[in-house]
Design a protein around this ligand. Structure first.
Ligand SMILES: [Zn+2]
Length: 80
């Protein structure tokens, strides 16, 4: 008797989707951005789907699944 191999998807989240609005006042288009774990680490912003201009952006750790367990390095120094 042959046993069947079943593929089971890991319960990990492979893609996180964040929602952003274009920062330009004449656009304000909604952008749904899907990021994989490795993309999140280098995430600095997105090109607007509508006007195609660059929006600077960051992802905070609390918008990510807990299972990802990654550290996001904040590069900008905030003036106090
Ligand atoms: Zn835009």
């Amino acid at each position: 008797m042959k046993s069947r191999t079943r593929f089971e998807f890991p319960r990990q989240v492979l893609l996180v989707e964040i929602e952003r609005y274009c920062a330009f006042p004449d656009c304000r288009a909604r952008n749904g951005i899907g990021l994989t774990k490795s993309e999140v680490i280098g995430y600095r912003g997105f090109d607007c789907v509508k006007c195609e201009r660059w929006n600077d952006d960051t992802v905070t750790a609390d918008s990510l699944p807990e299972t990802w367990d990654i550290e996001i390095t904040e590069t900008d120094d905030k003036p106090n």
